[in-house]
Design a protein around this ligand. Structure first.
Ligand code: HEC
Ligand code: HEC
Length: 346
């Protein structure tokens, strides 16, 4: 049944230096970009899980079944509702189309170039039966509504818009060897695999249209929020993490502090804590650091991960001698869920 097609022979050729004369994205360029923008969460060479649910991108079955389209949309538009940001310039992120292509070429070079053609697979399952099976067998990791728990979300609109039925069914049947995703091919029947696929497919929602993002950085206010306000007294867990409730309280009390948003600008535009300054983890922070107060004013960095990007920013500041720095412990997703203030900027 399984047909191995060398569909991505071209990508493999590019990875080995590329056909002579072809103006193709270079996996070498892609590697540099990957190290700067992706390794923080997906680990060196796509090994996965440097931060929470960031998947193993070098995974053989993933690369063999994921189309370039799935990869491109995931990178450019992110997985809304998860820590995976929109990195494409088309969405206000830092990467041009050519840079995204180079990263895809690099990811392809991590696999063996084999492609498993799953996209013809016809799945005709019963979504209701699939859902009860999902609650039994999958919810422990993926959450009862597929929203993600200890493992990835299965409901992000950009995922469902680009994952074919065959891709989803293959992942369930064969798992992702080398990751916590088990292979269910032995323990479930073909019908059950179809039912699960149908249940996941039913979570598809329309993808928000791309709104041409402005090329300029979002306008930003002063670095220090409420310069005349009282200084908050934060006590840090493990000398590093400040509770969201304490920061929300300080914001309400109009306390003097600096908030740094460590995510790509696309996320900042979509929604940030009022008064925050963009400080994307992938940028050189020298200029920002030169402008930050060195008088013991609290500087709190946050991201969605919830600690990876913000932690990188805090480490960079501590290395430059800033003492009153902290990572927002729960991250902005929990901040938002709790109804603390969030603002978007056009
Ligand atoms: C802040 C952490 C973080 C960074 C940085 C990040 N990712 Fe992700 N990425 C994630 C998480 C978490 C997921 C899983 C999201 C979910 O739950 O669906 C993900 C998912 C993905 C997926 C989908 C994988 C699948 O199995 O469907 C791709 C592809 C991907 N990321 C590529 C990249 C690339 C390329 C970069 C760099 C340009 C990058 N990511 C940067 C956290 C990150
Ligand atoms: C022990 C935890 C665990 C269980 C149980 C589990 N999964 Fe997963 N699943 C994962 C992890 C982790 C990944 C991501 C692996 C990777 O690529 O790094 C994943 C990936 C997937 C993917 C691919 C998603 C993507 O973005 O590429 C699908 C589809 C999926 N699981 C469906 C299921 C279904 C359906 C079940 C129940 C029959 C299930 N999983 C049970 C942990 C689990």
């Amino acid at each position: 049944m399984r047909r191995l097609w060398a569909l991505w022979g071209v990508a493999a050729a590019v990875a080995c230096g590329g056909p002579p004369g072809a103006a193709s994205p270079s996996a070498d360029t892609g590697r540099g970009l990957y190290d700067r923008y992706c390794a923080l969460c997906h680990g060196a060479r796509g090994i996965g899980y440097s931060a929470d649910h960031a998947t193993q991108l070098k995974n053989r079955t993933f690369l063999a079944t994921a189309t370039d389209e799935l990869l491109r949309v995931a990178i450019e538009r992110g997985r809304p509702g998860t820590p995976m940001s929109a990195f494409g310039a088309v969405n206000g992120g830092p990467l041009s189309g050519a840079e995204v292509d180079a990263i895809i070429a690099y990811l392809r070079s991590l696999g063996d170039g084999a492609a498993i053609d799953v996209h013809w697979t016809r799945v005709d399952g019963d979504a209701d039966r699939g859902l009860s099976l999902f609650r039994e067998r999958c919810a422990g990791c993926h959450g009862a509504r597929g929203q993600g728990k200890t493992a990835v979300s299965l409901v992000s609109p950009t995922f469902l818009a680009t994952a074919s039925d065959g891709f989803i069914r293959y992942a369930i049947e064969h798992g992702r060897p080398g990751t916590p995703m088990p292979a269910f091919g032995q323990s479930l029947t073909a019908r059950q695999l179809d039912d699960l696929t149908a249940a996941i497919r039913r979570w598809a929602r329309p993808v928000e249209p791309v709104t041409a993002a402005p090329a300029s950085r979002p306008s930003q206010g002063p670095l220090v929020i409420h310069p005349q306000g009282p200084r908050p007294k934060f006590s840090l867990r493990d000398g590093r993490y400040v509770a969201a409730a304490d920061v929300a309280q300080a914001l309400k009390a109009r306390a003097r502090m600096v908030l740094l948003d460590a995510r790509p600008l696309s996320d900042f535009r979509a929604g940030h804590i009022p008064g925050a300054t963009p400080a994307p983890f992938h940028d050189d922070l020298a200029q920002l650091a030169a402008a930050l107060p060195r008088d013991g004013t609290w500087i709190v960095a946050y991201c969605a991960c919830p600690h990876a990007a913000s932690g990188k920013v805090v480490d960079a500041l501590r290395a430059r001698g800033f003492t009153h720095t902290a990572v927002l412990d729960e991250g902005i997703q929990v901040w938002r869920e709790r109804g603390y203030p969030v603002r978007s900027s056009p």
